[in-house]
Design a protein around this ligand. Sequence first.
Ligand SMILES: [Zn+2]
Length: 406
Amino acid sequence: VSRTTFIRVGWLIDGSGRPARPDVLLKVEAGLIAGLEEGGEGASHPAERPLLDLAGRTIIPGLVDAHVHLFMSPTSQEDVRRGQLASSYQALEPVMAGQAAALLRAGVLAARDGGDYGGFSLRFRDERLPGTGLRLASPGRAWHVPGRYGRLIGRPPQPDLGLAGSIRAGAAGLDHVKLVNSGLNSLAQFGRLTRPQFSPAELRAAVTAAGESGLQVMVHANGPEPVASAVRAGCRSIEHGFFMGRDCLKLMADLGCVWVPTAVTMQGLSETLPPGDPRAGVARLNLEAQLEQLALARDLGVRVACGSDSGSLGVVHGRSLAQEMALFVRAGFGLEEAVAAASALGAELLGLDGDLGRLTPGRPATFLVFEGPPAGLLQRLGRPERILLRGRPLSFPGDSPPDQPV
Ligand SMILES: [Zn+2]
């Protein structure tokens, strides 16, 4: 039985990047947006139909975090950070459950994982996430060159198979492929660059091998050379991209490669390291340099998605996506553009475009509700007042039932 309901909304941000629209009446049928009428206050609706009144409130699409690590805790407790470097699935399952719940509470309804050494997020995706409202896209384990950065989130290719052969052998059940093509950013020396891990030929073969299984490739890369070779090879997205420079941004704009800058990682580090620690100072410089690149990317027309790298030191699952969106705004993005970068573009990256990320007729009535007008949204972002999934309220264990049925 298809039920029709009407929802009156104070302000609607639809995920496309266009300005917020005041006073909208949504018609919802069987969980989908069937109609969208501006000037909702004066608009008529059949009196016998239920009306959810969200006047004075702003709605935005459910959020998508384009880069998380579900297995890793953002804590600064040394014993926990050491312990999670070599834990079993059983030990990390409750940790992942807590972090998945934190994502949902912050309105993150889908996330793209960047990998873990045990492929734990893949198993968690299948065993624990169905029915929760959270969608997770997982690469299982990332690929890195032996002896280079990446052991925490992946493994080296099998020597006899090489990178492309290893990707072919391990593609079953994955949502995407994750490669590590540079080192981490130095916190000892500002702007120190690292060599690419894979050759351009290896990267091209890897993208081809992934494509044979219908998978796209997300690449961890910092600095001009590691980024440029991954973009030229046809990867879908560059993760981090610190210090890549203008030429790389131009190349990404030309080739349609998506950038996920994870600027909040540097904010997390600078706020979590002890005050006076010189590494915190370098992290702050890294952040400022990344915000300059973000402003340039916007000018050049690069498609930029919000991803937090949650699980990094001081980067908390859920609310860190709101912090990343605030950094986009600090770099010159409009509020609606930041919402688009954390919804529509993320949904595209995850292949969930028809289901999540935009509030337009024909798509699900899946959205977050915040008190007040868009002007106050950035301060409230990490804590939606309520979440609707296909027109139905999402409730959490221990919460009292929502007061208004939809
Ligand atoms: Zn990561």
